[in-house]
Design a protein around this ligand. Structure first.
Ligand code: BGC
Length: 386
C-alpha cells in the first residue's frame, strides 16, 4: 500500500472484499447437483415414506416422496432469477394421505376415466372399482398415487429418482401383475423428465401419467386465468356429462378449445354457450397432439406474464389432458396455509385418450406379456421478458 493514501487503501481493500464476497456468492448459487433423502413420515401400516430433494447446478429443486411418487415441490426461476414453487402441494405426509386431489401424484394403472369401470379384453369382461360418477377414475380408490413405491436415488449432474411398484393381478379390478418403473430426472436445463415403463404377465390396459397442478406465479398467489397457453393440437376429445369421451374427435377451430395460438385461459373458459365447457366446468378435456408416432414432441407452452416464467411440455404420448382445477373449492389448504380455490392451478397430464379400452377407434392402451410400455414426458422451465 506504500504510496497510496489511507483513503485509497481502504477503497482498494473494500473492493477486494466485495470481489471475494461476489465470488463466494457465485459459488453458493452455482452449487453441485445433489440428491438428499430425509424421512417424510409414517403411514398407517407402519412403513416410512421418504422425501428426496433433487437439486441441479443452477439451483432448481424437485422434492419427491415415494408415497404416491408425489412431487411435493418444484421450484423454477422467475425473470429476476428468483426461485419459487410452481406447483400446488400440501405441508405434510398426513395431509396428502387424508385428502389429496392428486396434487403432484403418479397416476395409474389408468390415467383418467374408464366408462362404468368396465372393459372387455380378449373376450373377457373386467370390472374395475368405480369412484367417479359411476366411472373409474385415475386407477380407482387406491391408485398408484396412494401406494408406497420403492425408491432408488441416482446421483450425478442430473440427479434422478427411480421408483418401482408391482401392482398385483386383480388390484382395483385390473388383470395381470404389472411391474412399473417411473424415473424422475432433474436435468441441467431446468427440466424435469419423467420416464415411465411397465411390463405385465397377462394382457391388461395401462395409461400412466403425472397429475401435478402448476401455477407459474410462484407460491400459487392467485388463479391461473391470466396464464397464456398454447397447445399443439388441432383436435380435442369431446365428452358426455360424466366426462366420458363421446368417441368422436372434434376440430378446435372456432371453439373455445382452440389454443393453437397463445391464448389467455380466462378468455373463453366461462363460455356458457359451449356444451363442452359446461360439462367440464371449464377445461377438463383431452387434446389430440399433432404429429404422429411416439417421438418426443412439443405438446404445450404456458407463459405467466408477471413472473415471466415459461413452461414447455414435451411428450411421446398422443394426447394431453388440460384441466383447469375446476373442482378445487378451497377445502384443501396448501403449503402456505391458505386454501386452494377454483382454478388456482392447471394440469397438463400427458397420456392416451380417456376410455380407450372401450373405444376401438382410439389408439390402443393394451399391454401384453413380452411387450414393454415406455413413455417420456419433459416439463421444462425458462423465462421471457416482455
Ligand atoms: C380429471 C378431472 C378430475 C381431476 C382430479 C383430472 O385429470 O380430468 O376430471 O377432476 O383429474 O381428479
Amino acid at each position: 500500500m506504500k504510496g497510496l493514501t489511507p483513503f485509497l487503501s481502504l477503497a482498494l481493500l473494500t473492493g477486494l472484499l466485495t470481489m471475494n464476497a461476489c465470488s463466494s456468492k457465485k459459488e453458493t448459487t452455482e452449487q453441485k447437483a445433489s440428491i438428499e433423502k430425509t424421512a417424510y413420515g409414517q403411514l398407517a401400516g407402519g412403513q416410512t415414506a421418504d422425501l428426496y430433494t433433487l437439486r441441479n447446478e443452477s439451483g432448481m429443486t424437485a422434492q419427491i416422496t415415494n408415497y404416491g411418487g408425489i412431487i411435493v415441490g418444484l421450484t423454477a426461476p422467475d425473470k429476476d432469477g428468483k426461485f419459487e414453487d410452481v406447483t400446488l402441494g400440501q405441508d405434510s405426509l398426513s395431509a396428502y394421505v387424508k385428502n389429496n386431489p392428486y396434487f403432484g401424484a403418479l397416476i395409474g394403472r389408468y390415467g383418467n376415466r374408464i366408462a362404468k369401470g368396465k372393459f372387455t379384453l380378449d373376450g373377457k369382461t373386467y370390472n374395475l372399482v368405480t369412484n367417479n360418477m359411476g366411472n373409474h377414475l385415475h386407477g380407482g380408490t387406491v391408485g398408484f398415487d396412494k401406494v408406497l413405491w420403492t425408491a432408488t436415488p441416482i446421483e450425478g449432474d442430473e440427479p434422478a429418482l427411480k421408483l418401482t411398484y408391482t401392482s398385483k393381478d386383480g388390484e382395483e379390478g385390473y388383470p395381470g401383475n404389472l411391474n412399473v418403473t417411473v424415473t424422475y430426472t432433474l436435468q441441467k436445463d431446468n427440466a424435469l423428465k419423467i420416464d415411465y415403463e411397465a411390463t405385465t404377465d397377462k394382457p391388461t390396459v395401462v395409461n400412466l401419467t403425472n397429475h401435478t397442478y402448476f401455477n407459474l406465479t410462484g407460491g400459487a398467489k392467485r388463479d391461473v386465468l391470466d396464464h397464456v397457453v398454447t397447445l399443439n393440437a388441432d383436435r380435442f376429445i369431446p365428452v358426455d356429462k360424466t366426462l366420458i369421451p363421446t368417441g368422436k374427435l372434434q376440430p378446435v377451430a372456432n371453439t373455445p378449445f382452440d389454443f393453437t395460438q397463445p391464448t389467455v385461459i380466462g378468455k373463453r373458459i366461462n363460455d356458457s354457450t359451449d356444451t363442452q365447457i359446461k360439462y367440464g366446468g371449464g377445461y377438463d378435456h383431452g387434446w389430440v397432439l399433432n404429429g404422429s408416432g411416439d417421438s418426443l414432441k412439443l405438446a404445450a407452452t404456458v407463459y405467466e406474464p408477471t413472473s415471466g416464467r415459461v413452461m414447455e411440455v414435451r411428450t411421446t404420448e398422443p394426447a394431453i389432458q388440460f384441466y383447469t382445477g375446476n373442482f378445487l373449492d378451497g377445502s384443501v389448504t396448501g403449503r402456505e396455509g391458505f386454501p386452494y380455490k377454483k382454478r388456482y392451478a392447471l394440469c397438463l397430464e400427458t397420456e392416451h385418450y380417456p376410455d380407450s379400452p372401450n373405444q376401438s377407434s382410439f389408439p390402443t392402451t393394451t399391454l401384453r406379456p413380452g411387450e414393454t410400455y415406455k413413455t417420456t414426458t419433459i416439463y421444462q422451465f425458462s423465462t421471457r421478458k416482455e
